[in-house]
Every structure is written in C-alpha cells, then in structure tokens.
Design a protein around this ligand. Structure first.
Ligand SMILES: Nc1ncnc2c1ncn2[C@@H]1O[C@H](COP(=O)(O)OP(=O)(O)OP(=O)(O)O)[C@@H](O)[C@H]1O
Ligand SMILES: [Mg+2]
Length: 436
C-alpha cells in the first residue's frame, strides 16, 4: 500500500501518493570474486565455492542485476534441486528487488521439466495428466515387476538364489539408477552388458525397458524419465525456448546428473547466458569416492560462443564459520581431490578459502559402533544443551548426509523443530538450523 502524504493549504487538503520505501533485503557489499560474477556480461560461467561462501547470495545479486539491466523476470530461469531451495531463491530475489513477480523465476529441475512436458507434449500422447511417481512409489513398481519378472528378461542362473530377495531388488534398483544417471537407456545398458560379457547387465537393460513400458501403460513417469522426456521436448522446441529464456542460473550445480546437463544444454548451450554455482566437494560423486564429473567438466561442456572454455570464478571467503572449523573442513575436503580441467588459479582459490567469520567454533569427532548408539548420544547432547544450557530447540541442528540417515537407527533426537536435517549439510554450522 502506498504511503499517504498530506499537505494542508488554507482551503483544501491534497494527497500525494508516495512510493513506499523498498522493503527489499539489504544489498550486501560483495567481495571482488562475487562482484566478478555479478558483472559477468553474459555467456557461460562456472562459480566454484565452498559452503557458506555466499554462492546463493551471489546468484541472487546476479539475477537482480540482469533484471535491473532490463531483462524481464520471465526471461530469467533459476534452477535448483529442492522445492524449499527454489522457494527461498525466489523469495530472496523478490525481497532484493522489492517487488513481487508474476513468474515463478526459480524452479526445481523436476517441476520445470514437468511444466515443459505439459506445455509441449502432444495432447493425445498424455490423455490424462502424466502422473509423476515419487521415489518410493517407483520403487514399489520396480519391486512388483521384479517379483513377476517379464518373460523377456532372463537373469543369469548364477543369480537364481538371489531372485526374489529384498537384497536383489535393492541391487537392481541401484544398477538401474546408476545407469540412468549416466544417461543409459535399456537397450544401451543391455548392449554394454553384451560388449563386456556381463549377462546380468544385459538382463538389467531388458528389465529397465519393461519397467519403463510398464510406467507408460500406467500413464506414469519417474524422476529420471521425466527429465529425459523434457529434454526431448526442449530439443524439439529449442529455438522457441531459447527466445523465451534468455538468462539461466543453476544453484547447487554439483548435484546435476547427465540427464539434467542434457536438458540444460538444450536450453542454454552454445554459449548462451548460463551461470552455474556449486561446490565439487559436496558432490555425491565425490562422497561416493568416484570421479567428480559434471561440475568440473562444465567449462568444456558449456564453451563460450567462440569455442573457448567457460570462465571459472572461485568464491573464497567463507562466512559461516571461523578459522578453526575451516581448517577442519579443509582437511576432510582436501582428501577428496579436485580432478579435471579447471584452470590453476581458480583451483587454488577454491582450495584455499579464507574465513570471514569471527566465531571460533569447536570440532569434536566421535565414532560409534551402531547407528542406534550414535542416535542416542546425539539425543542426549541435544537434551542437555536445551535443559542445562537453555538453548532453544529451534537453535539446534542435527546435520546428516541424507534424509534417510535422519530417521534411521535408534530413537530420534528430541524435536529440534524447524531444524530439518538436510542433504550435503555436513559443513553447516550447528546454530543455523534452517535447511535449504
Ligand atoms: N558479501 C557478503 N558480505 C557479508 N555477508 C555475506 C556476503 N555474501 C554472503 N553473505 C552471508 O553469508 C551467509 C551465507 O551466504 P549464502 O547462503 O549465500 O552462502 P552459500 O554459499 O550459498 O551457502 P550454502 O553452502 O549453504 O549453499 C549468509 O548469511 C549471507 O547473508
Ligand atoms: Mg546456497
């Protein structure tokens, strides 16, 4: 609501509409590295940065700059991985610009993909709306299909004893997930099996095919298939989409898989404006001990219009914890390495962050024989902190590597409400409970 200012003259009162002060967030004073990202004139750019170095802040400022420079909000697309993160990104941009926007602007890869399919797929192909199965739902379909393995799939006889066990279903699920993360479809997986004389992979490839056919018959899809379908649509309607979405941003880029990279390439490849930020050390691939792909290949996967590799900027001031926690985090992260073709100065800057926070912090390492013992110990610590030190539940956080580990093993810690444990949170501070 505009404020009302009045000025009184002798015989009448006049009203002047005054624009309210922008309620926008305070604009942070960016450091030089952050400023380089915001000043980036266009084209692909990779921003490498550790936890709490201001990645999302930089992204928000870069988006705000595009809009202040004249881009319409609907020409900007910011992608991330969780609904919560997308909402926060949108809220931060809205607050920063001090105005609401009619466009979603920030979206998860999956909801963006779903929107693309709804927009472009021929109506007769999806007579009723495509049903997106959650991960547990697709797991049920997979298990049921496995229990009545289709005739077309012949598992090698060496697996006879395993068929029908939960462990086998879990293994099949894992193999299919890995294959699909790498962009392999059923026939390609089967071919890989033939090429490497691995009959179990041949069977897994045929099984993947029947699984997808089964989903089709139900008018359903799962997450990887959704991205694949959206990519097909994006490739067909590339020019139209590129004309519409001029500036694309991705937060948490380290979590992209090859399917999502293919979708991005259709949207924003060929040297278009694409700024991605991420932390290779938080990559699930790094933690699995595998090669850190994806993010470190960005400069060559998304070259500039002249063919040169995309520029890389490292943010090097971590603002969330003091020097002591920084050293501890670096010692762990340093062992993960940083393979790839990132240029030397960016690599060095990323590997040698400095602390911009004054808090000291304390690191304690404990190991437990069982998950239950670990959970009990944590619950006890939290209760003591609450009862003896008067720390509010909403000031605590238990940070774990996956949502599953937060509910496994032993009793749950007492309700640290609002401190939902979150993925990739190992580096987060103990007193900032909010999850992305
Ligand atoms: N230039 C700056 N000056 C002061 N504070 C800053 C600056 N940039 C970011 N911050 C603050 O640092 C904190 C972390 O910022 P932000 O959430 O953007 O980091 P991030 O790298 O995205 O973190 P995460 O690893 O959790 O994704 C926030 O409180 C933010 O306001
Ligand atoms: Mg962030």
């Amino acid at each position: 609501m505009p404020d009302r200012a009045t000025s009184r003259s002798s015989d009448h009162t006049s009203y002047v509409l005054v624009r309210p002060e922008a309620t926008g967030a305070v604009v942070p004073t960016l450091d030089d590295d952050q400023q380089r990202v915001v000043d980036h004139a266009g084209g692909p750019m990779l921003v490498l940065a550790g936890p709490g170095t201001g990645k999302t802040t930089t992204l928000v400022e870069a988006i705000a700059r595009r809009i202040e420079d004249g881009a319409r909000p609907e020409q900007v697309l910011a992608l991330t991985f969780s609904r919560k993160a997308a909402e926060q990104l949108r809220d931060r941009v809205t607050a920063r610009l001090g105005r609401t926007m009619s466009t979603p602007l920030a979206s998860t890869f999956h909801s963006f993909a779903y929107g693309l399919i709804r927009e472009f797929a021929p109506a007769e192909l999806y007579e009723s709306p495509l049903r997106l199965l959650s991960a547990p739902e697709s797991d049920v379909v997979l298990r049921e299909l496995l229990a009545h393995t289709p005739e077309s799939v012949r598992w090698p006889s060496s697996l006879d004893h395993a068929l029908g066990t939960r462990g086998f279903a879990k293994e099949v699920h894992a193999v299919l997930s890995r294959a699909r993360e790498k962009g392999l479809e059923g026939p390609e997986l089967a071919q890989l099996g033939r090429d490497h004389d691995a009959p179990e992979l041949v069977a897994a490839g045929l099984f993947l095919d029947s699984y997808l056919t089964n989903l089709d018959a139900q008018g359903a899809t799962d997450y990887p298939d959704l991205i694949r379908r959206a990519t097909l649509e994006a490739e067909v309607h590339r020019d139209q989409l590129r004309a519409r979405l001029r500036h694309v941003f991705v937060d948490e880029y380290q979590d992209t898989d090859p399917g999502q990279v293919a979708l991005l390439r259709a949207l924003a490849g060929d040297g278009r404006d694409l700024v991605v930020v991420g932390d290779p050390h938080q990559s699930i691939y790094a933690f699995r001990g595998a090669e850190v792909r994806g993010i470190l290949e960005f400069p060559t996967q998304f070259p500039q219009a002249d063919g040169g590799p995309a520029p890389v900027v490292a943010l090097r001031t971590t603002r969330r914890f003091g020097p002591r926690l920084l050293v501890a985090a670096q010692r762990v992260a340093g062992r993960l390495g940083l393979p790839g073709t990132i240029d030397e100065s960016a690599r060095e800057a990323f590997l040698m962050p400095r602390s911009g926070a004054r808090v000291e912090g304390r690191v304690v390492v404990r190991t437990f024989d069982t998950e239950r013992a670990e959970a009990e110990h944590l619950a006890d610590l939290l209760r003591r902190a609450h009862l003896e030190d008067g720390i509010g539940w909403d000031e605590m956080a238990v940070l774990v590597r996956s949502g599953r580990s937060s509910t496994r093993g032993g009793p749950r810690p007492p309700r640290p409400r609002r401190s939902r444990p979150c993925r990739g949170a190992a580096h987060r501070p103990a007193r900032r409970p909010r999850c992305r």
